[in-house]
Design a protein around this ligand. Structure first.
Ligand SMILES: [Mg+2]
Length: 355
């Protein structure tokens, strides 16, 4: 396959509500859609959108990287298999978000060329992917009614933000949730690194009775999380303390941390994320594929990745509702707590109007 031409289009998506990371307040999501066409006229897209506060690269750096990489790729011959593609890409020195977008576009072309490409190089995808509902901060009444609303709509796994200044408020809220919903729902927590290690251990001991599926980032740094994992009464998940694929491999191979919340656009692309999923499986650890508020283009590749996990824990892919108006129709929409995935529909036909 030869890459005949490639272009890119900047985009801006507005959030419905302000989104707060530990360092940034975001009202919009900026990025680039990469467009490619091969020598027989197949067209493909990829999303490249670094997230301020979590990505190490800025949008301007990413654009320069993208221009440079496109120049190198146009005219390149690419074989219909994965290992030479990986080798070729490793020479291009791409930021993680660009790696994601370029891989998405190239894989999209390769999958169109060879109907057995997915099965030969990725395996058998699953057709139903569970997703969690995100429950933001709010009063007890608003949290309970949001869970109720999502429960009625088929959601069974709920992710609740914790880490209020007064831990008693977190505790009482979770107590109320369990009183109301009992074991009908699975509850996972995200503290976004709010506690120090001593408080984390104490708080987790108190929360143990609530059968928490896992807690993301109870304390701030990877080293702290690793220490805590030796004593934690609740399964732990690493999220924003992972900066690279190597960090994630360290967790898989050298720690008691059971869950990795993987944001492929932040830490390194699609192919290495796929390999990470497989490495985790060997050690009986779980990768939960998670959106960094990508557009429907990027999210489709996350759904593709999640389809290769062999566990039934919900993935963090239900972020469409945070975006005011998406770039195109949503190919694999979360409904009733699930995404139905048919690999024959991948890559989707995005009805993008780009200019
Ligand atoms: Mg998190």
């Amino acid at each position: 396959m030869i890459i005949n031409k490639s272009k890119y289009f900047p985009f801006v998506l507005n959030f419905k509500k302000i989104f707060q990371t530990s360092t940034h307040t975001l009202t919009e999501r900026k990025g680039f859609i990469i467009w490619m066409i091969d020598e027989i006229g197949n067209v493909s897209y990829g999303e490249c959108s670094p997230l301020p506060g979590l990505s190490k690269e800025t949008i301007d750096e990413t654009e320069r990287n993208l221009i440079d990489v496109q120049k190198k790729l146009v005219g390149s011959a690419i074989q219909l298999e994965l290992s030479t593609l990986t080798a070729l890409l490793s020479e291009l020195n791409m930021f993680p978000s660009l790696q994601f977008g370029i891989e998405q576009a190239l894989l999209g072309l390769l999958i169109q060329r060879d109907e057995n490409f997915i099965r030969n190089f990725f395996g058998e995808p699953k057709t139903v992917i569970e997703v969690n509902a995100i429950i933001g901060l709010g009063s007890t009444e608003s949290v309970l009614s949001r869970i109720e609303e999502k429960f009625v709509n088929g959601y069974r796994t709920f992710k609740l933000k914790v880490g209020k200044d007064n831990f008693e408020e977190d505790f009482l809220l979770i107590n109320k949730i369990r009183e109301k919903f009992g074991d009908k729902i699975k509850l996972r927590l995200d503290a976004n690194g709010k506690w120090n290690i001593d408080d984390a251990l104490e708080n987790l001991k108190r929360l143990e009775q609530f059968k928490i599926e896992y807690i993301e980032e109870p304390c701030g740094h990877l080293s702290c999380l690793l220490k805590l994992s030796a004593f934690s009464p609740i399964p732990l998940a690493a999220d924003e303390s992972l900066h690279t694929i190597d960090d994630a491999l360290k967790i898989i191979n050298e720690s008691k941390i059971d869950f990795i919340v993987l944001k492929p656009i932040i830490i390194g692309g699609i192919i290495s994320s796929f390999h990470l999923i497989k490495e985790a499986e060997k050690k009986n650890k779980k990768v939960v594929v998670s959106s960094a508020f990508e557009s429907a283009v990027g999210r489709s590749a996350l759904t593709f990745l999640a389809s290769f996990t062999h566990h039934n824990f919900a993935h963090g892919l239900d972020t469409a509702e945070y975006i005011e108006k998406d770039l195109c129709t949503i190919a694999f929409e979360a409904k009733y707590g699930k995404i139905n995935f048919n690999s024959k529909d991948y890559p989707p036909q995005f009805n993008l109007s780009l200019s």
